[in-house]
Design a protein around this ligand. Structure first.
Ligand code: PLP
Length: 453
């Protein structure tokens, strides 16, 4: 009988019962969020217009372990624990002495890791009486995850979907509608932020920062409505740590320790989810694991942005956070990894990068698609264009091992599947995709608009 171990599978009983809060192990406390109007630290009472109290408590908590409510665990068990797979066929194709492992988050009903936070967010909203949640979505991954969670808890979900995606990705919209979500293209006529954007440019194709402005305005203006964000914030990264906690148990089943941990980076949540439990071991046990966040070179927040206070949205309605940013006015080019087109980054990931606990690198669009296709042709699964950035870095690390003869254990997060992104693959095969390195002059211009704190 073959003894090859290709995947490590945990049972329902092994689902983590607590999230890991990395803030408890920070040497320097994180900076507070500042109120956009007063310029003073935002109080929970001020933020309570947008978020349920329990979420705000998590956002500001420094407790190490936070209980996952039973009802949330029961729903997570629909698809969790997710498998950790060893990429045996990819290793062979690369002729590398390295071992490559991927955490497969595409098994969730919406097809990505975003469901991991949509479920607890909907749960806490339900518990505190929220009837309706407004949110934004870029490529549609977050909108579909929250629509699903809303339908499971009986909450109406309103999604402002960036117009370019609304037009390019009709199937994601239909998925949201199937789960009961109400979807409108952003900029829309339904909010002041949307009307202002359309007045300035009737052909605007929108951006994530603008859609956030619309959703925040919607939620702030109605008593029955709250707002939900699918990335960036501390509580979102917290909910995602279930990924890394499972992965650590699964690596033990393979009897290996991670040398390199890799995640793609948009707002930082899937990266944080995998990496934070490993970074925790660096902070508390002196482990030397190499941790890499990978972003597109067209939207190089971590590698070329500034570590400064900035708004999370275009209209300046969200709290101001200390993070790596390209400036909230930054309009990223229309690359196909829609989930990575965001001007800012998680404040926790930003601080860890600033303090040297992780590194960041950027990759171009074409090499990331090349990596995705090589992965699909060896491992079978079709990656989301976002996840492909992590695959590119994992392959590059494995090829480096081939050169040096080192046998490292490389672990990356395969954050989602690409079944709704086949048009992008088609364009890649037809040679219609290009790289968009960001010109220095554009970067300097968008950084001019940073708020003063
Ligand atoms: C949204 C998304 C991302 C990027 O968001 P993060 O918050 O940085 O994780 C990455 N991969 C997939 C599949 C996504 O849907």
């Amino acid at each position: 009988m073959s003894s090859l171990m290709r995947k490590a599978v945990l049972s329902d009983r092994d689902l983590p019962q607590k999230w890991y809060n990395i803030v408890s192990d920070f040497k320097n406390p994180p900076q507070p969020m500042y109120h956009p109007a007063t310029g003073k630290p935002a109080t929970p009472e001020q933020m309570a217009v947008l978020f349920p109290m329990e979420i705000l408590k998590q956002e500001m908590s420094s407790e190490r372990w936070i209980e996952i409510p039973d009802e949330v665990q029961d729903i997570l068990k629909l698809y969790r624990p997710s498998p950790l797979q060893r990429a045996v066929a990819l290793e062979k194709a690369l002729e590398t002495p390295a071992k490559i492992f991927y955490k497969w988050e595409g098994v969730s009903p919406a097809g990505s890791h975003k469901v991991n936070t949509a479920i607890p967010q909907a749960y806490y909203n339900k518990k505190e009486g929220t009837k309706r949640i407004a949110t934004e979505t870029g490529a549609g991954q977050w909108g579909s995850s929250l629509s699903l969670a809303g339908s499971l808890f009986g909450i109406d979900v309103k999604v402002y979907m960036v117009k370019i995606s609304y037009e390019q990705k009709p199937y994601r919209r239909m998925l949201m509608e199937t789960w009961g979500g109400k979807v409108v293209a952003s900029p829309s006529m339904e909010t002041k932020a949307g009307r202002d954007a359309l007045a300035a440019n009737p052909n605007s194709m929108g951006s994530l920062g603008l859609a956030i402005s619309e959703a925040v305005e919607d939620a702030a203006g109605r008593d029955d409505t709250k707002y939900a964000l699918g990335s960036v914030l501390n509580h979102v990264c917290l909910h995602q740590t279930i990924i890394g906690l499972e992965t650590k148990k699964q690596l033990e089943m393979f009897d290996v320790e991670a040398d390199v941990v890799i995640g793609c980076h948009g707002g930082g949540s899937n990266f944080a989810g995998l990496a934070f439990p490993f970074i925790g071991d660096k902070l508390t046990k002196g482990k030397k694991t190499q941790i890499i966040a990978v972003e597109p070179s067209s939207c190089p927040t971590l590698t070329r942005g500034t570590y400064a206070f900035d708004f999370g949205d275009v209209a300046g309605m969200t709290p101001i956070m200390k993070m790596y940013t390209l400036g909230h006015d930054f309009m990223p080019p229309g690359i196909h990894a829609g989930g990575l087109r965001y001007h800012g980054a998680s404040p926790l990931v930003s601080q860890l990068l600033h303090e040297g606990l992780l590194e960041a690198r950027s990759v171009d669009q074409l090499p990331s698609f090349e990596a995705a296709v090589q992965f699909a042709r060896t491992e079978g699964f079709l990656p989301a264009p976002e996840s492909s950035h992590a695959i590119r870095a994992a392959i590059d690390e494995a090829l480096e091992c081939k050169k040096t003869g080192q046998s490292k254990n490389i672990v990356f997060n395969l954050s989602g599947h690409g079944h709704f992104d086949l048009t992008s693959y088609e364009k890649y095969f037809k040679g219609e995709l290009q790289d968009y390195p960001l010109p220095e002059s554009d970067l300097r211009a968008s950084l001019k608009g940073l708020p003063k704190i």
